[in-house]
Design a protein around this ligand. Structure first.
Ligand SMILES: C[S@@+](CC[C@H](N)C(=O)[O-])C[C@H]1O[C@@H](n2cnc3c(N)ncnc32)[C@H](O)[C@@H]1O
Length: 292
């Protein structure tokens, strides 16, 4: 579970990944000009280093360079898949669960007729609000909904901010499910089901179980510790993984039918850039589901 008082470091890491990828000329269908604008100076300095194909000198900088480039490679297909799914059917309400430093409300002009509800852990959300204060949303409205999925009532919080149960909603749940326990994921899914009118769409990014991926994560963390750099994964351990089947079953219980469920490795091959992080990409998936 996230600490009650500190903003998410993984949210910064994935935002840095988007900022690195935004500098790549050979990647197709990806753009996120908001990412760099949401970073603090030292975070952007690391992005500048990682945007250079030549690794920096020194072990510490090299570990960070590797981590940001690996993150960028995984983030590109994930972002493209979710953006595509959002554009395919634009609903008047979009709820971004565990929004972190997501820039969609500030960059996707397709959301000009949508109210975007940014749900996040209170500490992460406070941090986001201060970073985003100089940005102008392109969405019709952005409403901030502070919620700890492990403690707070998501349904009540959304309703208090004007979410309407009779209006179709697109739910985006990106990069969050792994950090929640199974019971937190199930409880959140129950609320999503209860607040979804016909025509709602649900887009979930999740991780499948993999011993090799868990080992890779441990190695990366050990290298970060040895390099004496801050470890972005320290406060947010992986708490749940799902197979395509168990995810489908979870969604179906709440009335959602799966439209497609694709692994990031398959999606990455469409983005034009050579694939290096095969294992990480193969373990991440994006499922798109609809409620009729
Ligand atoms: C890796 S970041 C992903 C952020 C964003 N969705 C993205 O892909 O850029 C994980 C996000 O989940 C949020 N999160 C993790 N545990 C949470 C909890 N128990 N309640 C609310 N938010 C949580 C963090 O605050 C953070 O914003």
């Amino acid at each position: 579970m996230k600490s009650a008082t500190t903003a998410s470091r993984t949210a910064v890491l994935v935002c840095q990944g988007r900022a690195v990828a935004d500098t790549w000329d050979d990647v197709e269908r990806f753009a996120d000009p908001t990412a760099a604008r949401l970073l603090l100076d030292d975070e952007q300095a690391a992005v500048d280093l990682a945007s250079d194909d030549a690794p920096p000198p020194g072990w510490g900088l090299r570990v960070e360079w590797e981590m940001l480039r690996a993150t960028a490679e995984v983030i590109v297909p994930r972002t493209v898949a979710i953006d595509d799914a959002l554009r395919e059917q634009v609903n008047a309400q979009v709820v971004i669960l565990g929004a972190g430093l997501d820039g969609r409300a500030w960059r996707m002009t397709e959301l000009a007729g949508s109210d975007v509800f940014e749900v996040d852990h209170p500490a992460s959300q406070q941090d986001k609000r201060s970073r985003a204060r100089d940005l102008s949303p392109v969405a019709r409205d952005v409403r901030f909904v502070p919620v700890d999925f492990g403690r707070d009532d998501l349904g009540e919080a959304l309703t208090a901010q004007g979410h309407r149960v009779e209006v179709a909603t697109t739910w985006v749940w990106e990069g969050v499910v792994p950090y929640l326990s199974r019971s937190e994921v199930e409880a959140t899914m129950r609320v999503i089901g209860d607040l979804s009118a016909a025509g709602s769409r649900l887009i979930v990014n999740y991780q499948v179980p993999s011993a090799k991926a868990a080992l890779g994560r441990l190695v990366m963390r050990a290298m970060t510790t040895l390099s004496r750099r801050p470890d972005p994964l320290a406060g947010e351990p992986t708490r749940s993984t799902w197979t395509a089947l168990t995810m489908r079953e979870l969604l179906e219980v709440h009335g959602y039918a799966v439209v497609r469920d694709v692994d990031l490795l398959t999606l990455a091959t469409d983005t034009g850039r050579p694939v290096r992080q095969r294992r990480s990409l193969a373990n991440g998936r994006v499922v798109v589901a609809e409620l009729s």
